[in-house]
Design a protein around this ligand. Structure first.
Ligand SMILES: [Mn+2]
Length: 386
């Protein structure tokens, strides 16, 4: 029996379960609701390269980690579409909170999948996305499962600072990706949505290691603190500049591109504190925004940041990135470079932001044979318009 009542019961059961029992509770509920013989929750790892199983106490050892590139579950994750295997009895459903791709629900049914069952399982996956996201605040359980290896301290700091990695709204869709996911230290991005505006920023702290991660953390937190006070973009940059200068004495700095998009009109203000200007993909072309770079955050007390204007038109894709993308270089080789990035951005234009940022990061990693010499971050904003 499939009904909204069953979904309400599921939510209540998941809500009451300790995190460690979530997989078992889900299996029981799905057995009762749709006659599932077994079910498995798979969570994307930090690099979004594999899907890692959430083991239940009673779960069999069926299935281990699955490749995002080369498995049916991975295809479900990449394409964000329900996949059915040849038997017609095994279903893979994306677990996604709004646009943030968290993993895949893998369900075995005793009968061939019928329409209402499929719809119900899609609703279950939507509920699971919110439950798992909420769980981040009270347990390490699911974060541990997502780690194929240890995060270093710098990466722990950076990941704690990040917003949800992808978000979609009537007027825009945004997603970001950081590499090397397990050792990132210094790069970050942030965004926040208000009724009439979207704040979006990317930053790159000078240097590497813990000092860079602390610089990045202070910059991001100072920007947020100012933004949450209701300050505009220029004041936010000024606040972060002052906070960094007070703590690091001007010896180290953070480059940042900070944007404020007016949601009704697409009119955008950009403060460019020594960062690489974004690219805009428009009508089959890709060009870099002409934005004068001011001094990075944290260098001089008397810097007054000036906003520059840029206009987004519906259909535009805005791409923010750090120099770790374009300057990534294998030993004895050439840099990834802007030309290659432009080609890649044109080729991936039809692909949604969350998958595009993963593909760009994969290409850069591939170019560097898996070993980055600097953090590499990319953020994609699709502007749909009011
Ligand atoms: Mn860098």
């Amino acid at each position: 029996m499939v009904s909204t009542r069953a979904l309400g019961q599921l939510l209540a059961a998941l809500d009451a379960a300790p995190p460690f029992a979530l997989a078992d509770v889900l299996s029981c509920e799905l057995a009762m609701a749709v006659g599932a013989s077994s079910s498995l929750v798979l969570l994307a790892d930090y690099e979004a390269q594999t899907l890692e199983p959430v083991a239940g106490a009673s779960a069999s050892s069926r299935g281990g980690s699955q490749s995002v590139e080369r498995s049916v579950a991975g295809r479900c994750y990449r394409e964000q579409s329900v996949q059915l295997d040849r038997s017609g009895r095994r279903l893979y459903v994306p677990i996604t909170m709004r646009q943030e791709r968290m993993g895949v629900l893998d369900v075995h049914l005793s009968d061939e999948v019928a329409g209402p069952t499929r719809e119900y399982l899609e609703q279950v996956a939507a509920v699971l996305g919110h439950v798992l996201n909420g769980a981040r605040r009270y347990t390490d359980h699911f974060e541990r499962i997502r780690r194929r290896r240890q995060l270093n301290l710098e990466a722990e700091i950076q990941w704690e600072l990040l917003p949800v990695l992808a978000f979609s709204h009537a007027t825009f869709s945004v997603a970001g990706h950081l590499e090397p996911a397990y050792e990132i230290g210094g790069d970050t991005f942030d965004y926040a949505i208000e009724p009439a505006s979207l704040s979006l920023g990317i930053s790159d702290a000078r240097g590497h290691g813990l000092r860079a991660a602390l610089l990045g953390a202070l910059a991001t937190t100072a920007l947020r603190n100012s933004r949450r006070r209701g300050d505009g973009l220029v004041e936010q940059a000024g606040t972060a500049n002052a906070a960094l200068l007070a703590q690091f004495g001007g010896e180290d700095f953070v480059t940042a591109a900070l944007l404020l998009v007016d949601l009704p009109s697409g009119a955008t203000a950009l403060v460019n504190a020594g960062h690489l200007p974004p690219f805009v993909v428009r009508d089959g072309t890709c060009h870099q925004v002409q934005a004068d770079a001011q001094t990075p955050l944290g260098m001089f007390a008397d810097t007054v940041y000036q906003p520059q204007r840029l206009n987004l038109v519906p259909g535009d894709r805005l791409v923010l990135f750090t120099d770790g993308i374009t300057e990534s270089m294998p030993e004895g080789g050439t840099t990834f470079g802007e030309a290659r990035l432009v080609d890649l951005l044109l080729a991936t234009r039809p692909i949604p932001p969350a998958e595009t940022v993963r593909l760009v990061a994969s290409e850069v990693l591939g170019h560097r044979a898996g070993q980055l010499n600097d953090d590499a971050t990319v953020v994609v904003l699709d502007w749909k318009g009011a």
